[in-house]
Design a protein around this ligand. Sequence first.
Ligand SMILES: Nc1ncnc2c1ncn2[C@@H]1O[C@H](COP(=O)(O)OP(=O)(O)O)[C@@H](O)[C@H]1O
Ligand SMILES: [Mg+2]
Length: 294
Amino acid sequence: MTNHVETQDASVAGEATRGFTEILALYHGFGRGAQRIEVIENCEFKLKPGKLTVMIGPSGCGKSTLAKLLAGYLHPDEGSLLIDGRHIAGPGKDRLMVFQESALFPWMVNEENALYGLLASGQVGAGARQRVTALMDRVGLGRFRHKYPGALSGGMQRRLEMVRALVNEPALFILDEPFRGLDAMTRTLMQEHFAQMFEEGRRTALFITTDIDEALLLADEILVMSSRPMKVTRRITVDVPRPRTVAGMIKDERMKHIKVAVTKALYSEAIKAFDGSSRAVAAAGFEKFLDTTQ
Ligand SMILES: Nc1ncnc2c1ncn2[C@@H]1O[C@H](COP(=O)(O)OP(=O)(O)O)[C@@H](O)[C@H]1O
Ligand SMILES: [Mg+2]
């Protein structure tokens, strides 16, 4: 037992040194002339190594654009993105992204899918295969190693994608609404799985969501984003011990306070998407909602 704890502590200390992320004076938009839209404007924040930061913001505000900039699929119009002091110049093995859309190859068996990143870079040794086997067992996919993704449910496919990302041991793990579209029960199970996997590895992670309860369940820190053009409007620390459960969160007074703070910050941004009289109606509904939370 003592050994187990010591091993975990050592890996926590090791991981905590990787993945320090800095976003500085970032601007990004799409299109030209009259078609131009500004998506990110003077956005700045840092991700602490070994911490799970959750980014929450109204839909369409620019979260996926930011994820793509971090992954190196897009280049910013202005500003800097750095990981461990190095500028992000394109896609790299130090960053891995899990999307809401499945990125599994239907013609490859699940184990090969999980190894894909390593196969592509010619790094598959016995150690990597063992890691995949252990991780697949860990998330309940052991029996499906030699089956195809088509034989997996939606929740199982997301778990396999997480195995694929984790086996690469990225410095920064980017998750863009990975559980969107799953039914409520599967989603809760996935959140618990993910929280546990995170706790074991303590890899620096940016988890994007539009779901307040998901943010509260997972986050060390929450970044509340503005409506478009996007920047950080509030940064909220969730200093509530893990493991957290949905049931436990309902009773926890600190969690209730944090939920009200996140909800206020998020709704005051979401309301900006309404105009004229519809904004007044939305604002009144919001005030009523806040009454019930206090
Ligand atoms: N490649 C693109 N070309 C033009 N507009 C885009 C492109 N990608 C995203 N957008 C626009 O940028 C805005 C932000 O999109 P996105 O980053 O996907 O938001 P979110 O992930 O927060 O819902 C939206 O208005 C979207 O239509
Ligand atoms: Mg998105």
